[in-house]
Write a new protein. Structure first.
Lengths: 1029, 415
């Protein structure tokens, strides 16, 4: 019989390549992982053998990820660039996956017809679509596809014991190992082990007449017969796993992952967090969910029983945190490191042949006949249509998920950033992108400049990163307090990392940048704002590097591609023969095991129907819950939630629709009122949690106390708002809050001011221009400095003046010492300081020592950093001395000083004050810096408060501030001895520039106020302007 | 044939056999003599060493060493009789001592020192630095001009080289001579009493340096005076009051730098310290703030912290709103306050703050409601779900006038 080409397979390949191959150009670049692989590929393209990569995390080794796919992209990039390489590899992966699924199905069923179905199903399997088009896991897909290919060879080796199968299977396994480490590791357990079981089972079956006659005894005997083959292959597999990526294991041993586990959606309880359930359960399973009973029925038949066990395990592990079983099975440690979605991926891939078999039986087999007999032909067509429609729906739904709910910020044009980094030696400093999503990897791939961040979290090295559960600083706002806390540490002490430039694609971070002393440099033509920090030294010429033995470098550079070459060489004949049918090949043993499929179990059909019903009911219930939660005006709770949701996402017309219609506020008026409120909550906050307390609820009215917690870049803001709610025509509405009617007296204002411009480099030259273009550092004077202890926390407080004639940008760094002059901690002033001072302006400051500031002395190190909570600790090593280093640099921006304190009244609720903006810039976030003094006008403490609403031009803003109780405050050391300005001793400056300082001025400018532990208080104002004009 | 090969191989093997040949140790040292008598040259001039020898065929080497580095030279092969060494250009350009050794097989035959002098005649370059780039007017600040004149090959000129320093301030141009010492010459340009810009330059052997400058900034300010002005003196909480200083100067009569921060501290009758800030332009600082909304007297004093203060100026605000009406309706739940009439009986501009403090019958504080006036009136509605029916004390405060009502709130629900 002449073998015919399998038309279904050809069809699957054509459709698969046309569909996936064209879709990847629109999806792959906005997936989570693809660009990371691209960055790695860029590394190999530029330095093949050196594994050290300086550009991320202040340096890390690429030997922390199997290199094959990266190296392939890297090699191909020489032909048509990195992206060409990536797409080419993706296309190869698609072909490998479809053919792999075909061969795997063929092996499992022994029917070329069903295998053809398997190939078609593989093209449209939602799990593949998700892995490729949403996650972009190229190495994982490639490794899995090769593993599927190798399964036939492994089977034949066990079954026949022919050396050529041993060689082919080993070469393929080597390729798998070098493309992804987890796939072969778990693949051994979940795919290869049951496969071997099946091979032995088949061998045992041949000894007896039927499966019924196949007893355990016979099976055991056959196993022993095949033992050496199994052992030989198992040993080889383990050897390949270790040897092929030996540098990887070496690196894992040397740099064990000690970091805090990062939460991953696949570990969530899918019932609670439905979005995770959708992405990590519903989408990968898709229509397979309805056919689960069939899978189990088939997989627990005698031949497949090992696959059945494996499939069950995978299914359960894939449920993540929904049930406690995966946690118990894997153990706490592994559970928190592994991403469990891959188990679901494997489970669905494992189910493919059985699904193909089901489809075959449904379309042209016994199931068709059974259904037609039982329910009629129409029902069969409808059912088939539903299943096919369901599959198509899942595919389209998955493909468009990224379109409707973008997981990434819009595509950023990188060229302006790359140009900026390349110009004027900007790449002599590190940079940090903010709000770039996974596109940061693409930026990194295009420039030689380095960043402190990175996108491969297993390789993080800085303690600022590894001690928190954040994957990137770049998206720290999505990680709440921890994320912002980590970001703040980088922003406060940037000189530690030579971090000078920040590219901000998310204005959310702007306030914290400003308050940490950064300044806007320019907006690039792609809309990215560049922030810079003054007084940061460039990266030193020689950087630390963790070297590995040359043999490792050679292994890493040579083995992976060699495995591919060897595999192609070994299998080329087989591929040739199979592809062109040039020669007749003997029919493989498993082909004889094709089932006749003549009687579909009627019972199974019934059970499947009931199961489908259960799934439908569950889904219906889920949708109902979704509806009830999301229908906006069903209850007082819902309307408040919806209202806040609309405000959070700035959908003001939706928000307006929840406002009581009888208040007659038209949409234009509402938009106007909303648009004039600016401030940290309306412009820079993310609603973190919403606590709604409904009380005084009647039939048609209710009151709500809404306790909100907002994540802002600066700190958590807790806010309480009181709403009145009314019900009209069965719908609940919110009554709007009153707006301020204040109007300024004049229409047109004039204002004069001094503005500054710094040329930077006056001569156009690529050479260094030394002293000609360097401005003198403005001279500062430290007026007072103290080490104090308050609520168990050590702080340096003080006061500082710009005594020069040019505006100054202030950086101030404090170091703590104990009695033995041992350094304990050092840190910079964060936001409790005015970073920009006009000539002769003063500022009070406070330096807190956050977690990372403390050197390794365990006694003084606070356990964890929480900005809202201080843990008093017992100290064996008391800080008793300090050193202050301040530096001024000429500032020319952010010098807006026109916010006045217009009213101040002390009431039982604290200070009620009024701010007035007398200038012509809108102040988005006013900050109050409050300093406390004793009876001698000596500084005691510095506190701050961010006023949540902005101060508009020529208008007032009210604030309330509750003064502190300072009775427990202890001044440990008050001295100006070790204070330095621009490297010079403070005293010398004071003597020279301010020999006759009028010390009484301090007292004359402070508010006498008899408080708990202090006599005077002073309010200073620092204004952040969101949109400078 | 085979024999031939065997013999040949045997010969080859013999040839490879190990045999140490005794090298006769020659202790013979040839007689050499330096012929070239030049001991001093000027930087840039070619230097050649000639040696006379009785064994011209030996491999002589000349080791030379100076500030440029050290190197082993081969003799010029064209010369047969004598040994001739040409010193590379790089070495001849560096001024200073120049050591040489004539070497034969690690034996030093001759050695000596040659002096290279700076070549000031060819050309002189002047490298100069001036800093700091800004200083303060007065008698104790200065900028230092540092000059390092060099010859064409970047050799510093000899000690005692004369340099002319010129500096200009306003109409004066001063000139003086200084001399180099240890490669450099320096001069402290003292600050002036007037603020301005001092330009300096220097000249050496006819070469002049570029223009360098330092800015003399004014010294610390001295006491100044301020005044306040506004459109009217009524406390309407809407107009803007402006504080202006006179021209603020330092002790030498210089106007303080633009941008100097002046803090205007306002103390009101209730001893509350308010403030507003201004920065100077041409010495004048101007700061603004809003009128208060109740009668009061402001005492204003301005400071340049640590340096100077102003006189205290007082500003009296008369009350703009003398009284207002309060009207209760809808079961005393609706409170209409106003119209607020200002000093000419006009309606007060929008935005006057009205505060309502609510206490229950026992005097327990319940809540505060705030609103602002619109078209001269303010309305507060206390919905029934906000306040139960009952007796309450309501304290209304606006424009500094507080009114207290004990009132029974009842009935009238929202539609």
């Amino acid at each position: 019989m002449k073998k015919k080409t399998n038309t279904l397979l050809i069809l699957a390949l054509i459709v698969g390549l046309a569909f996936h191959g064209s879709a990847i150009f629109f999806t792959l670049e906005s997936t989570y992982d693809a660009l990371i692989h691209l960055f790695f590929a860029d590394h190999y393209a530029s330095s093949w053998f050196d594994p050290w990569e300086y550009r991320w995390y202040t340096g890390f080794t690429v030997q922390s990820y199997p290199p094959l796919v990266h190296q392939l992209i890297g090699i191909l990039s020489y032909i048509g660039g990195l992206k060409f390489g990536m797409y080419t590899v993706a296309l190869i992966a698609i072909v490998l996956f479809i053919t792999g699924a075909y061969r795997y199905t063929l092996l499992m069923t022994g029917s070329r017809r069903i295998a053809g179905y398997g190939a078609v199903m593989a093209v449209f399997s939602s799990t593949f679509v998700e892995t490729l088009h949403i996650f972009g896991q190229l190495p994982s897909i490639s490794a899995l596809s090769i593993l599927l290919h190798s399964m036939t060879e492994i089977y034949l080796w066990i079954k026949t014991g022919k050396t050529r199968y041993f060689i082919t299977s080993a070469t393929m396994l080597a390729v798998t190992v070098t493309s992804h480490h987890v796939t072969p590791l778990f693949g051994m357990v979940f795919f290869i082990a049951p496969l071997m079981g099946m091979a032995v089972m088949d061998a045992a079956r041949e000894k007896v007449a039927s499966y019924k006659a196949l007893t355990f005894k016979i099976f055991w005997g056959t196993t022993l017969q095949h033992f050496w083959r199994i052992a030989k292959f198992g040993g080889t597999a383990i050897f390949l796993l270790v040897f092929c990526i030996f540098p990887y294991w070496y690196n894992s041993k040397r740099n064990p992952i000690t970091q805090v586990a990062i939460p991953h959606g696949s570990r969530d309880n899918f019932l609670e967090i439905t979005s995770s359930g959708l992405v990590f359960f519903i989408i990968p399973w898709g229509v397979f969910l309805f056919i689960l009973p069939y899978f189990f029925y088939r997989y627990f038949s005698k031949r497949y029983v090992f696959f059945g066990l494996s499939f069950t395990l995978l299914t359960i592990l894939g449920t993540g945190g929904t049930t406690p079983i995966p946690r118990m099975m894997l153990g706490e440690m592994a559970f928190n490191i592994l991403t469990l979605d891959r188990f679901t991926l494997w489970a669905t891939i494992m189910a493919l042949p059985i699904f193909a078999e089901f489809a075959y039986r449904m379309v042209e087999g016994d199931l068709k006949i059974l259904i037609q007999e039982k329910f009629g032909g129409v029902y069969h067509r409808v059912l088939g249509g539903l299943i096919a429609g369901g599959m198509l729906f899942m595919v389209i739904f998955t493909m468009t998920l990224g379109y409707f709910r973008p997981s990434q910020p819009a595509k950023i044009k990188m060229q302006p950033i790359v140009n900026f980094l390349g110009a004027d030696s900007h790449d002599s400093w590190r940079y940090l992108p903010l709000g770039f999503g996974d596109q940061m990897a693409w930026l990194s791939a295009q420039t030689r400049a380095m960043t402190v961040d990175g996108n491969y979290h297993s390789a993080r090295r800085l303690p600022e990163l590894t001690t928190r559960a954040i994957e990137r600083i770049e998206n720290s706002k999505f990680r709440g307090v921890e994320g912002i806390g980590s970001l703040q540490q980088f922003l406060t002490v940037p000189e530690k990392y030579n971090l000078k430039y920040i590219f901000s694609n998310d204005k959310f971070y702007d306030p914290i940048l400003y308050y940490c002393g950064w300044q806007r440099l320019q907006q690039l033509e792609n809309g990215i704002m560049v922030w810079e920090k003054l007084n940061v030294a460039p990266i030193p010429q020689i950087m630390p590097k963790q070297d590995v033995p040359t043999i490792m470098k050679l292994m890493w550079g040579i083995i992976p591609l060699s495995t591919v070459l060897i595999a192609i060489f070994v299998n080329i004949q087989m591929i040739w023969v199979r592809l062109l049918k040039s020669r007749k090949v003997p029919v493989h043993a498993f082909m004889k095991l094709e089932l006749p499929y003549n009687k579909f179990s009627s019972k199974l059909l019934t059970i499947s129907h009931w199961w489908a019903l259960v799934v439908l009911v569950c889904m219906g219930y889920g949708m109902y819950i979704f509806y009830v939660k999301n229908v906006t005006q069903l209850s007082p709770n819902n309307v408040i939630e919806s209202y806040y949701d609309a405000l959070d996402f700035k959908e003001f017309s939706r928000a307006h629709s929840y406002i009581d219609p009888e208040e007659n506020i038209n949409i234009a008026q509402y938009m106007l009122e909303v648009s004039v409120t600016d401030g940290i909550l309306s412009s820079y906050a993310k609603l973190d949690s919403l606590g709604i307390e409904i009380y005084d609820e009647t039939e048609n009215s209710a009151k709500a106390k809404v306790a909100t917690r907002w994540i802002t870049p600066l700190e958590n803001v807790f806010n309480n708002e009181f709403y009145e709610l009314v019900k009209r025509k069965n719908k609940w509405y919110v009554k709007s809050l009153k707006v301020d009617n204040d109007i300024p007296p004049d229409q047109l204002f004039t204002a004069n001011g001094t503005t500054y411009y710094n040329h930077g480099r006056r001569k156009i030259t690529t050479q260094e221009t030394y002293h000609e273009d360097v401005l003198k550092q403005p001279v500062l004077e430290i007026l007072s400095a103290k080490l104090v202890k308050y609520k168990g926390q050590y702080s340096i407080i003080g006061e500082l003046q710009n005594v020069d004639n040019t505006p100054a940008d202030i950086v101030i760094k404090a170091t703590l010492y104990n009695d033995d002059n041992k350094e304990l901690a050092n840190y910079n002033a964060k936001h409790q300081i005015k970073h920009k001072l006009m000539p002769k302006e003063t500022t009070t400051f406070k330096i807190n020592f956050e977690g990372i500031a403390w050197s390794s002395t365990k006694d003084t190190l606070p356990p964890t950093f929480d900005p809202d909570q201080f843990t008093p600790i017992s100290f064996e090593q008391q800080p008793t001395k300090f050193n202050l280093q301040s530096a001024g640099n000429t500032a020319n921006t952010d010098l807006y000083k026109h916010v006045a304190l217009q009213g101040l009244e002390y009431t039982e609720q604290g200070f009620n004050g009024v701010l007035f903006n007398s200038g012509v810039q809108e102040v988005t976030i006013p900050q109050l810096i409050i300093s406390y003094y004793d009876e001698n006008s000596e500084l005691l403490w510095v506190d701050h408060k961010f006023v949540t609403e902005g101060v508009r031009i020529q208008r007032k803003q009210f604030f309330n501030y509750t003064p502190l109780d300072l009775n427990n405050l202890k001044i440990i050391n008050s001295s100006l001895e070790n204070c330095f300005v621009n490297g010079s001793p403070n005293k010398a400056i004071a003597d020279k520039l301010f020999p006759n300082r009028k010390l009484v001025h301090g007292k004359q400018q402070t508010q006498p106020f008899k408080g708990k532990g202090y006599e005077y208080i002073k309010f200073e104002i620092n204004s952040y302007i969101g949109n400078p004009k | 044939m085979r024999n031939t090969i065997l013999i040949f191989l045997g010969l080859v093997l013999l040839g490879c056999s190990e045999k140490k040949e005794e090298q006769p140790t020659e202790i013979y040292i040839p007689q050499t003599e330096l012929i070239s008598q030049v001991k001093n040259t000027i930087a840039g001039d070619a230097i050649t060493f000639f040696f006379k020898t009785d064994a011209p065929n030996e491999t002589y080497k000349l080791q030379i060493k100076n500030a440029y580095g050290s190197v082993l030279l081969k003799p010029n092969t064209n010369e047969r009789e004598n040994i001739e060494f040409n010193i590379p250009e790089n070495f001849t350009r560096i001024a200073g001592p120049f050591h040489w050794k004539l070497v034969l097989k690690s034996e030093i035959l001759e050695e000596g020192t040659h002096q290279i002098a700076t070549n000031a005649q060819k050309a002189t370059y002047v490298e100069s630095y001036f800093g700091p780039r800004s200083i303060t007017a007065g008698r104790n600040d200065f900028s230092m001009l540092t000059i390092s004149p060099t010859d064409a090959y970047d050799n510093p000129l000899n000690n005692g080289t004369e340099i002319t320093v010129k500096y200009q301030f306003l109409e004066n141009i001063d000139e003086l001579q200084i001399t180099t010492d240890n490669f450099i010459a320096w001069y402290n340009v003292a600050s002036t009493l007037k603020s301005g810009r001092i330009l300096v330059t220097s000249e050496c052997n006819g070469t002049t340096s570029k223009e360098l400058a330092t800015i003399v900034y004014p010294a610390n300010a001295v006491n100044f005076s301020i005044s306040a002005s506004s459109a009217h003196t009524f406390a309407d909480g809407n107009q803007i009051v402006t504080f202006v200083s006179d021209i603020i100067k330092d002790e030498y009569g210089n106007t303080v730098t633009n941008g100097t921060l002046v803090t205007f501290v306002i103390k009101n009758e209730r001893n509350q310290y308010l403030y507003t800030v201004g920065t100077t332009i041409n010495g004048v600082a101007e700061a603004k703030t809003l009128h208060p909304d109740q009668a009061t007297t402001w005492e204003v004093q301005a400071f340049i912290t640590g340096a100077a203060e102003s006189n205290i100026t007082t500003f009296k605000f008369k009350s703009a709103v003398k009284d207002y009406a309060v009207h209760f309706s809808k079961g005393n739940r609706n409170i209409d306050v106003g119209p607020f009439e200002s000093f000419m009986k006009q309606l007060i501009p929008d935005g006057l703050l009205l505060q309502l403090d609510i206490y229950d019958a026992n005097g327990e504080f319940i809540d505060t409601k705030k609103t602002t006036s619109k078209n001269g009136v303010s309305t507060i509605f206390l919905g029934e779900h906000f306040l139960e029916d009952g007796d309450y004390t309501l304290k209304l405060t606006a424009a500094g006038i507080t009114k207290e009502f004990i009132i029974n709130i009842h009935g009238e629900t929202i539609k």
